[in-house]
Design a protein around this ligand. Structure first.
Ligand code: ADP
Ligand code: MG
Length: 736
């Protein structure tokens, strides 16, 4: 291979005009043929009509003299017929153009949108869809920002080519009168055109560069009609604000192109003077020849209109302005179609049956392109196949990010992820993604039927009805689906005929069912990213009671803020600062007294008194060792003196002394009296050893099983009350 074909290929690629021609031929050969015919007709017909009518004018005097039956009369009739026919056909230009435009635009835009859609779906990850440069290109290529999108370019180009051809033929016709006149006009117009076009292209580029602003302006406008925004738009009274923002962003984007257009008009005036000089010279030569009778009447009649027609060879019109604009988006189209394809990282190994042993994150790091620090930072974590792992961490800790890395929606910026010891990059990405079923925190609510929403994995193939029912039943969605107007065939979106919307919790059940169906259909890893946040307590409890049974044999990862859920997992990992800071079973982590224990304690307080809460299994009243469910009893030494034994006294320690916030009725009777200094210094329960109240100084004690214990003189009945301070929601919010 030499370098030459590549250079030529490069040129073909970089010329938007040639690219448009290729786009048309790729879209439809019939359309391309129609375009060629259109260009020829558009170029030839007006000139043929003008020549024939000019000839007819020349034949009028002899025909008048010798009669219509004479040879001159016949020539007149023939010229008239040809002229009228050509003229008549050229009149068809507008309707034919409209027809072709409609067809071309429809065929091209559908074709291009499909190509764009295919291109943006090509990368296995999602990062490109967060890249502003890609989004700008996408907006430009899809033509959504302007009235002149690339889909309209072919016809605009054909029309321009037809004009060019007409202009050229007019110059050729003029050359038959005086060769230099034809050449003069051709060279003159041809010389004027490039600078004019350059100015136009510069303007189109400016408009293209305004894409970020224009995209923003459209984004604001979109608020007004997208249902997702409708509620808050009204509640916050944003209607005027969005129109304002739209206007500001749009004007900001268009300011430079407009300024350039004004400059362009001033220069165009200069070119006008050159053109006027050309016409004076050409028409002068014709007039002189006519004056000296060196040309016939027919020649005068033919040549006169040709002067006007030559303008088409180099003149620049409003159509050219929009053509340049349409063409400016063509490189974006190419860039998206070819650029995104190239970004796919090929891996070839199939992932069926993986993982059999487990998954391992090895020093994995990830930093968002827009971020200033790694969200995941040299993280190590192992998931054993067939076991469950709960991932906990505060909002923004990076839990969801970790899931997207595992599912290969993002490429780690450091480290590697091993599936049964195989680097995930060696696996075919699509094949691996089929092994992973995820309920994303922001899962998608498809405007499809309930059947398709649950059986999404097999939507292109045969959906297994039995598996569908079973998945829905296990996710607690079956009853709600059966109750829909058309059952499984109901469209889950309100904007469609017979469609209906579901509540947040109902949607979450559908999403759970979707993941369970996937698992039944072959996925080996099940990830639930805060899957039950919108379910009511009862529904969540019942889902998780059966969850481990449901997912036996699967490798599961659950992200949840509900510790009733988390504690059921085989292993719990705490994600903090981009790393796993604690790892172990519920009991192990509680005993460790770290951040897991603290988070658990805080939340447990919120559920005080609720039947569904594990803590309520501590019986109220005086504690007795051995009455707690296995594994949940506080450490023995911490429950001495009846401080801890499930008594639901609620204390808050603050400067000036502890205050009783709430207590189970009947508690006070069971708690012994303690000496202590009223109004003493504030005590930190977590700093004080169990039983430290004995000296009478602090009225609070240490931690047991990760929970804080406290005791104080009650302000009711003069008695002391004590218990876990975490049993009341109002406590932890104000802990010292
Ligand atoms: N697409 C994104 N681009 C840039 N930063 C992001 C993106 N998604 C999330 N982040 C940032 O990454 C951090 C972790 O986010 P995420 O993984 O969603 O947290 P979690 O799921 O633990 O609440 C957050 O600080 C968030 O702001
Ligand atoms: Mg998240």
């Amino acid at each position: 291979m030499t370098i030459v074909p590549r250079v030529i290929a490069g040129r073909v690629h970089s010329s938007p005009r040639l690219r448009v021609v290729r786009l048309v031929t790729e879209t439809s050969r019939g359309l391309a043929a129609a375009m060629v015919l259109y260009v020829l007709a558009d170029g030839f017909l007006p000139i043929v009509a003008l020549i024939a009518l000019g000839r007819a004018v020349g034949k009028i005097p002899p025909a008048v003299t010798h009669g219509l039956a004479s040879p001159s009369g016949h020539s007149l009739l023939i010229a008239l017929t040809v002229g009228t026919l050509a003229y008549g056909l050229s009149l068809l230009r507008s309707p034919v153009e409209a027809l072709l435009a409609a067809h071309c635009s429809a065929a091209m835009s559908t074709g291009m949108q499909r190509r764009l859609a295919r291109a943006v779906c090509a990368p296995e990850g999602v990062e490109h869809l967060e890249d502003p440069a890609v989004l700008d290109r996408l907006a430009s290529a899809s033509g959504e920002l302007s009235s002149s999108g690339p889909a309209d370019a072919p016809l605009a180009l054909a029309s321009a080519l037809g004009d060019r051809l007409s202009g050229f033929l007019a110059c050729v016709t003029l050359a038959t009168f005086r060769w230099w006149v034809g050449l003069f006009f051709f060279v003159g117009w041809t010389a004027i055109r490039p600078p004019l076009r350059k100015m136009l292209a510069a303007r189109a580029t400016l408009v293209r560069q305004a894409t970020p602003d224009l995209r923003h302006s459209w984004y604001y406008l979109g608020f007004s009609y997208r249902p997702g925004y409708a509620k808050e738009l009204r509640m916050f009274g944003l209607a005027d604000w969005i129109l304002d923002r739209h206007r500001t962003a749009w004007l900001a984007g268009m300011a430079r192109p407009w300024a350039q257009l004004a400059k362009f008009q001033r220069r165009a005036l200069l070119f006008g003077l050159v053109v006027a000089a050309m016409y004076v010279a050409g028409a002068g030569a014709l007039a002189l020849a006519a004056y000296h009778h060196s040309i016939t009447l027919a020649t005068v009649a033919i040549m006169l209109p040709m002067f006007a027609s030559t303008a088409q060879v180099g003149g620049v019109t409003a159509a050219d302005v929009s053509l340049e604009q349409m063409l400016a988006s063509v490189p974006d189209l190419d860039e998206i179609i070819t650029g995104l394809r190239a970004s796919a990282v090929p891996g070839t190994r199939g992932a069926a049956g993986l993982p059999a042993a487990g998954l391992r994150f090895e020093a994995v790091s990830y930093q968002y392109p827009a971020g200033d620090r790694p969200v995941i930072d040299a993280l190590d974590l192992e998931l054993t196949a067939g076991r469950s792992l709960a991932l906990v961490g505060i909002n923004g800790a990076g839990k969801t990010t970790l899931v997207t890395l595992l599912a290969r929606l993002r490429e780690p910026t450091g480290g590697r992820i091993l599936i049964d010891g195989i680097d995930v990059r060696e696996l075919d990405a699509r094949s691996w993604q089929r092994q992973v079923a995820v309920v994303y925190q922001d899962f998608t609510r498809y405007p499809l039927t309930a059947r398709e929403n649950v059986g999404l994995r097999d939507i292109g193939a045969q959906i297994d009805e039995a598996a569908l029912e079973s998945a829905a039943a296990r996710a607690g969605a079956l009853d709600l689906i059966r109750a829909l107007p058309a059952g499984w065939d109901t469209i889950c979106a309100p904007g469609y005929l017979g469609g209906t919307d579901l509540s947040g919790g109902q949607w979450q059940r559908i999403a759970l069912a979707r993941a369970l169906y996937s698992a039944a259909a072959g996925a080996r890893v099940l990830i639930l990213d805060e899957p039950t946040a919108q379910l009511d307590i009862r529904a969540e409890a019942s889902f998780y009671t059966s969850f481990l049974d449901l997912t036996k044999g699967l490798t599961t990862m659950v992200i949840s803020h509900r510790f009733a859920t988390v504690r059921q997992a085989d292993q719990i990992a705490v994600l903090d600062g981009g790393r796993i800071t604690e790892l172990g079973s519920h009991q192990e982590l509680l005993a460790a007294g770290g951040s897991y224990a603290e988070m658990f304690t805080m939340q447990a307080a919120q559920f005080a008194g609720r039947k569904s809460d594990a803590l309520s299994r501590y019986p109220p009243g005086r504690p007795r060792q051995g009455r707690y469910p296995p594994g949940t009893a506080p450490a023995g030494r911490a429950v001495r003196h009846g401080l801890a034994g499930g008594a639901a006294a609620v204390l808050r320690l603050r400067p000036g002394g502890p205050v009783l916030i709430g207590a189970d009725p009947g508690l006070s009777a069971g708690v012994p009296r303690h000496r202590g200094r009223r109004g003493g210094p504030p005590a930190r329960a977590d700093r004080v050893r169990a039983g430290a109240h004995r000296g009478g100084v602090p009225r609070c004690v240490g931690t047991a099983a990760g929970r804080r214990l406290a005791q104080l003189p009650a302000h009711r009945h003069g008695q002391h009350q004590a218990g876990y301070e975490d049993r009341c929601p109002s406590v932890h919010g104000a802990l010292p």
